[in-house]
Design a binder for this molecule. Structure first.
Ligand SMILES: [Zn+2]
Length: 293
């Protein structure tokens, strides 16, 4: 850290629930005439950025999270597109880091790249960071991620990732995918649930694991101040129980990205409701798609 650099105290106060007052880019009627930025950057606070990929570039339009600590930053997920031309994630992250360092100067400031899970729409931009100085990209595959978090030897542990005074707590959250991780940030009170929980289609690969994960997230949230439950997509419309069809590239009537711990309990009830019936089950704020046993 530079001499005289101010140490930020991220956890002096419990996190306050700030509004997430933003019009997310949501595609356009004509993808060719889309004038949205390739990546939208929303500052929840000066140390916490939420990024969204342009829906005209990839209909998944995933959200990514960039968080700054005293000694390093973390990027959670790298989007759905590899090409830096169509999806300049590296440039956007570099600019954000430079901007942050202008106000909070430090000598040397590494970047850690982690993932909510290994699906292609969350890891496609990884290669853009391969030659970035002072950067560690933890591959999202089960072996790499589970070794990094220590879940290989103890899947029930709470892994801690220290950004310098801002220690993320990380939980293995299988169900949607075997590599799924949920992150809790004590600085903002965010619970980052990847594709396990978001306002859209919750695809479940492993039903028992998903059920256990939702129980665990509810229990975890009872022991921490959670301000917002934030996933990586929006697929619902603002009409209860109605989602946009897969591959939609214009979603003018999206509900907010942020969800609540109460909605985790709604998912718990939905799981019980569904029981052993496979297939698609719509609920007001989400759709559960039970793929297998
Ligand atoms: Zn996804």
């Amino acid at each position: 850290m530079a001499a005289g650099a101010q140490l930020i105290d991220f956890t002096a106060e419990p996190p306050e629930r700030r509004g997430i007052d933003v019009d997310w880019i949501h595609g356009s009627a004509s993808a060719k005439r889309n004038t949205d930025p390739d990546i939208q950057v929303y500052a929840y606070d000066e140390h916490t950025l939420i990024l969204r990929q342009n829906m005209a570039v990839d209909y998944e339009a995933p959200f990514m999270y960039l968080m700054f600590g005293n000694t390093r930053a973390v990027l959670i997920d790298t989007g759905a597109t590899a090409s830096a031309e169509f999806f300049p994630l590296r440039r956007v992250v570099d600019e954000a880091v430079e901007r942050w360092l202008r106000t909070h100067p430090r000598d040397g400031y590494p970047l850690l790249v982690l993932h909510t899970h290994a699906h292609g729409d969350h890891i496609a931009g990884d290669a853009q960071f391969a030659d970035r100085p002072d950067t560690v990209v933890v591959n999202a595959d089960l072996s790499s991620a589970w070794t990094f978090f220590g879940f290989a030897r103890d899947p029930g542990r709470v892994a801690r990732v220290d950004l310098g005074g801002r220690v993320l707590e990380c939980l293995a959250s299988p169900g949607h995918h075997e590599t799924a991780v949920t992150f809790y940030d004590p600085g903002t009170g965010f619970l980052l649930t990847g594709d396990t929980v978001y306002p859209g289609r919750l695809y479940v690969d492993d039903w028992a694991a998903f059920s256990g994960t939702i129980d665990r997230l509810i229990a975890f949230a009872a022991t921490r101040p959670v301000t917002h439950v934030l996933g990586c997509h929006i697929e619902m419309t603002d009409r209860p129980g109605v989602d946009y069809p897969v591959r939609t590239t214009h979603q003018p009537d999206e509900p907010p990205l942020q969800m609540t711990v109460d909605q985790l309990r709604d998912i718990r009830r939905a799981i019980d409701d569904i029981g052993d019936r496979p297939g698609r089950h719509a609920f007001p704020d989400f759709v559960i798609c039970r793929r297998t046993g």
